[in-house]
Write a protein that binds this ligand. Structure first.
Ligand code: AMP
Ligand code: MG
Length: 340
């Protein structure tokens, strides 16, 4: 299959992409978080193709995207007041709410669960595509499963060219990490995946919000994942990534005494000049939003450099930094070295 690269600024591009979705096809779609791989969320056969194209395990559910709040009513069985409050505060935006699903959601989309994740994205191209298709759109990140999520159309083409009908190029994504996933099917609500809407922001609206242990820790053997996506190795460049926790001085000393062939530093802006190995920067220290924006591009660059061992600076796990930490410890297979 030849994958069409459509420029979102072209006046016909969105309509072309919408027709592909109505016909059961797959389109790489820009959103404010990362690029999504879009299909008709009400068509189980179309959604099933997403799993094939990505090599995604069939038990990992897809998020359903809407472009008007009222579309949610046909997709869920219950809409608690808390969901309405959160929508007023954070939609459109990078928040996915997990709710009891309606019968209209095919099992392929919910991966057999009784719940469905719903998101109302703020990206104008995503919203235009959903509206033009006239359907809710199922979309996981548009990467090959296990690889860093795509934040540009070129990343999507790199992973999925030849496997999907089209990619709609709307430029680089703003937030840079996937949406916050919050389940409202438990009491109190529970954060399953951190993202651009922070735990602190959720608590300011809802009061008590729990954090699932899989946000910061590997899933224990035999324990069922509340969010199936969290159990898989994720976001991984090919290199062996090790997070070094501690001050910059301790980091610099460690890296500069462990510079073997193929070692690369994944550090903050401006730190490279003090390091004796090649470096890739992922934003400013203390700037979680900038780190989120740059992380996945940085992880992909490590592959292009053929990095073998990567020593990463440890993000501060608060605010948007919690999302950065959550992705990076998975890229590192939970390998964190605590420096003195
Ligand atoms: P992605 O689409 O690549 O951003 O992955 C979607 C994420 O949302 C995965 O981590 C899923 O496990 C999670 N997710 C989607 N739907 C549900 C659901 N119904 N219950 C729990 N987690 C979900
Ligand atoms: Mg993903």
């Amino acid at each position: 299959m030849q994958t069409q690269l459509l420029n979102a600024n072209d006046p016909h591009a969105v309509e072309t992409a919408a027709q592909i979705i109505r016909d059961g096809g797959l389109v790489g779609m820009p959103t404010e978080t990362v690029y999504g791989l879009a299909a008709n969320a009400l068509d189980g056969k179309a959604a099933a193709r997403i799993f094939v194209a990505k090599g995604r395990p069939m038990d990992n559910p897809l998020i359903v995207h809407i472009s008007e709040f009222d579309q949610i009513h046909q997709l869920v069985r219950e809409l608690p007041d808390s969901a309405v409050q959160l929508a007023e505060e954070f939609w459109p935006g990078p928040l996915t709410m997990v709710l009891p699903k309606s019968a209209r959601i095919p099992d392929e989309v919910s991966a057999g669960l009784d719940t469905v994740g719903i998101r109302f994205p703020s990206h104008p191209v995503a919203r235009a595509l959903i509206t033009a298709a006239g359907l809710p759109i199922a979309a996981p990140s548009a990467n090959t499963s296990g690889r860093p999520s795509p934040t540009t159309a070129a990343h999507v083409m790199h992973d999925l060219a030849g496997k999907i009908e089209a990619v709609l190029d709307g430029g680089p994504c703003g937030v840079g990490v996937e949406s916050t996933v919050l389940t409202l099917a438990t009491n109190p609500p529970r954060l399953l995946r951190p993202g651009g809407v922070t735990l602190e922001q959720l608590r300011s609206v809802l009061g008590k919000v729990d954090m699932d242990s899989a946000v910061l820790n590997p899933l224990k053997e035999g324990v069922k994942a509340a969010s199936p996506g969290m159990k898989y190795k994720h976001y991984s460049p090919k290199a062996n990534v090790i997070i070094l926790e501690g001050s910059f001085e301790a980091y610099r000393n460690y890296v500069n005494t462990h510079c073997e062939e193929g070692t690369v530093a994944l550090c903050y802006n401006g730190e490279g000049k003090e390091l004796k190995v090649p470096c890739v920067c992922y934003g400013g220290e203390q700037n979680g939003s900038q780190q989120a924006h740059e992380l996945f591009e940085a992880l992909r660059r490590l592959d292009e450099m053929n990095a073998k061992t990567v020593y990463a600076r440890c993000p501060e796990p608060t605010g948007v930094g919690l999302a950065v930490y959550n992705r990076l410890i998975r890229a590192a297979g939970f390998e964190v070295l605590h420096l003195e």
